[in-house]
Design a protein around this ligand. Structure first.
Ligand code: ASP
Length: 343
């Protein structure tokens, strides 16, 4: 007999559901009816599941805030009817979507597992089948009477990651994702091994969905040889409210007076400067070096060990929610969805 767990699978596109277009030789998305031919029959599982396909489905490089809002609304509309959700998504921007959903969905008490693949499901050697089946099993897993993983996460190549801690690291390996600053939430070998002490616990409060997202921000990646023109053009964007400064190492930046003056002037105009390291593991240790300390004096906010994907999502969400810059600046250093390890 089937257990009463009900899952909803949401298909958004991505390689997992693509085929080779005979005309061009490039990969293009299948529609859901074609895709269902390759995915396991619902009868094979102990839980029940339903499918829902977004229209249009996309290559995840076309991801944008309006799509995230639709996805969050679908989750909200189906939240009470299902015990867990699996989102089939392209791997290219999966870490951005997982980060964004973690912020948009406050009081999430059910699993939202994103997965995809490097090879389409129709290909014999596909990684999609294992990723998809295990993502379903994780979404259906229970622990002490509740969902085993009541958070937004990514399952890929035998590992389950906290979504807002994840980065796509490899464009070709099956093992494509990386979480440099937070341990895996589960590993899939012969058994599914959950790392319960690192998984958020349910708070049993009603789900709240935030749909206002602000795009009044930019990312400025620092590099040796960066010019005043390059920095000026980013800081001069009309309507800009925040800039993610992708800095070196523990949050360091050049000390050229022109550079610091441009930052000071932007800070005086009320622009939030958010310090995120270019390193894939570790984080900003504000003030460890003089070069980083200067940024602190200007009022640059530390991102601690946040990923760029998560920093972008956090800013879009916070600025969408709060029109006051000071309020956003106040919350940025606080871990609100387990996305940072504050000092
Ligand atoms: N371009 C694809 C996408 O992100 C790649 C993938 O699915 O892995 O939609």
């Amino acid at each position: 007999m089937k257990d009463p767990v009900r899952l909803l699978v949401i298909y958004t596109g991505g390689t997992i559901g693509m085929v080779v277009d005979p005309a061009s030789g490039a990969l293009k998305p299948l529609d859901f009816d074609q895709l269902s031919h390759y995915i396991p029959i619902p009868d094979a599982f102990s839980f029940s599941m339903e499918y829902l396909s977004l229209n249009p489905i996309i290559d995840s490089s076309d991801m944008k805030p309006s799509f995230w809002v639709r996805l969050a609304e679908i989750l909200e509309d189906h939240y009470n009817a299902f015990d867990g959700f699996v989102i089939l998504h392209g791997s290219d921007t999966m870490a951005y979507t997982a980060s964004m959903l973690s912020f948009m969905l406050e009081n999430l008490n059910k699993p939202v597992v994103l997965t995809g693949s490097q090879l389409p499901l129709g290909v014999l050697r596909t990684d999609g089948r294992e990723n998809f089946i295990t993502a379903l099993e994780i979404a259906a897993s229970r622990h002490q009477g509740n969902a085993a993983v009541p958070e937004v996460c990514i399952y890929f190549e035998s590992k389950l990651y906290r979504g807002n801690r994840t980065t796509k690291l490899h464009s070709g390996d099956f093992d494509a994702f990386f979480s440099g600053n937070y341990p895996c939430l589960a590993e899939a070998g012969v058994r599914l091994k959950f790392n319960h002490s690192h998984i958020r616990r349910p708070n049993f409060k009603p789900l709240k969905v935030y749909r206002e997202l602000s795009t009044d921000l930019a990312i400025l990646k620092l590099y040796p040889g960066i010019t005043p023109q390059a920095v000026e053009s980013v800081l001069g964007i009309r309507g800009l409210r925040a800039v993610i400064l992708e800095t070196f190492g523990t949050g360091n930046a050049p000390t050229d007076p022109w550079f610091l003056d441009l930052l000071k002037e932007a800070a005086l105009r009320g622009i939030i400067l958010y310090n995120v390291t270019q390193c894939k593991a570790g984080g900003v240790e504000a003030g460890r070096y003089l070069t980083g300390k200067t940024l602190v004096d200007i009022g640059v906010v530390s991102g601690y060990d946040i990923t760029t994907e998560s920093a972008l999502a956090k800013l879009m969400y916070l600025m969408g929610r709060y029109p006051e810059q000071e309020r956003v600046k106040e919350i940025l250093p606080v871990s609100i969805r387990g996305e940072i390890t504050p000092e």
